[in-house]
Write a protein of this length. Structure first.
Length: 307
């Protein structure tokens, strides 16, 4: 990818497409959005050409650099997973390259690892947000750091001197959604959102007792029946149980001796919830809004390809 022409940076996930038209120096000139790769009504390449038609009419063929599920088996071109350890230079050297609309295209690889349980684990898209966090917070590039990217599938990544050495996925977001939407535990909570108040904190505390999570979950129902827990507090208690269990596993993965607080990368609502759970366990946390970190990571990879 040449460094003297405008280009497109793209974060193309399962549900959403975010594109930035950038000048040669990385300055954002325009933005566009579109459907995620799972929602494209036809060919993925046709969707890209449609969303970027005005930009290409104004500038001619535009090279593009993508991250996310666009490189998965349901995406545009499959990009192989890069095994850990990984850093910005190794990811930049492992791009999957192809040509479309008369321009060079490239996709950042996802990451793979054997997690501390000895099982295979993968991420795709979050690695670029991690690179964005490193670009925005250079202090994260030194020492031993723990990052958490909460979401549908929370990613806990252990960094050593700026390299992702391993990570672990928590099924927390999807588990909570399934439990509240398709089990007795969510009955009567329609339209409500969990709050990080006393009921949430109690759920976190219960998750740290050492009892297996399946043996704790039904408390969400029994406390309503016998202790008068309101539906709103029950939902918050359930959230505390799930996030607390996820947090405990993520912290255990790191094994202690961290340099600095846990860094949380997500929307403010999620970073606040995970920070509250970490505080119960005695761990400090710093939140970063993940909204623009994908772009920062894409720009960091592009810069590494030009250096």
């Amino acid at each position: 990818m040449r460094g003297d022409t405008p280009f497109i940076a793209g974060d193309w996930g399962t549900s959403n497409l975010r594109l930035w038209l950038c000048g040669a120096d990385g300055t954002v000139l325009d933005r566009a959005e579109g459907p995620g790769v799972a929602a494209v009504p036809g060919r993925v390449d046709a969707a890209f050409l449609d969303v970027t038609a005005a930009w290409r009419a104004a500038h001619g063929p535009l090279p593009a650099l993508f991250c996310g599920m666009v490189g998965s088996t349901i995406g545009w071109v499959e990009a192989a997973y890069h095994p850990c350890p990984a850093h910005v230079g190794s990811l930049a050297s492992g791009l999957t390259r192809f040509t479309a609309a008369g321009a060079d295209m490239a996709i950042i690889p996802g990451l793979s690892t054997r997690n501390p349980q000895g099982a295979p684990d993968v991420m795709r898209g979050e690695e670029t947000q991690i690179l964005g966090a490193l670009a925005r917070r250079p202090d994260l590039g030194s020492g031993r750091r723990l990052l958490c990217l909460p979401g549908t599938h929370a990613k806990w990544a252990l960094l050593q001197e700026g390299s992702v050495v391993t990570f672990q996925t928590g099924f927390s977001g999807e588990l909570f959604a399934l439990l509240r939407g398709h089990s007795v535990l969510g009955r009567g909570t329609e339209g409500m959102q969990p709050q990080t108040g006393p009921a949430f904190i109690r759920g976190v505390q219960r998750s740290l007792t050492g009892a297996p999570l399946p043996h704790l979950l039904f408390e969400t129902r029994s406390r309503q029946l016998l202790e008068g827990l309101s539906p709103q507090d029950a939902l918050s208690f359930l959230s505390g149980l799930v996030i607390g269990a996820d947090m405990a596993g993520g912290v255990a993965m790191a094994g202690g001796d961290l340099d600095g607080p846990v860094t949380l990368v997500a929307s403010p609502a999620l970073t606040d919830a995970y920070a509250a759970a970490l505080a119960v366990a005695g761990h400090a946390a710093v939140g970063l809004d993940g909204g623009e970190l994908a772009l920062a990571g894409l720009l960091a990879v592009r810069a590494a390809t030009l250096s």
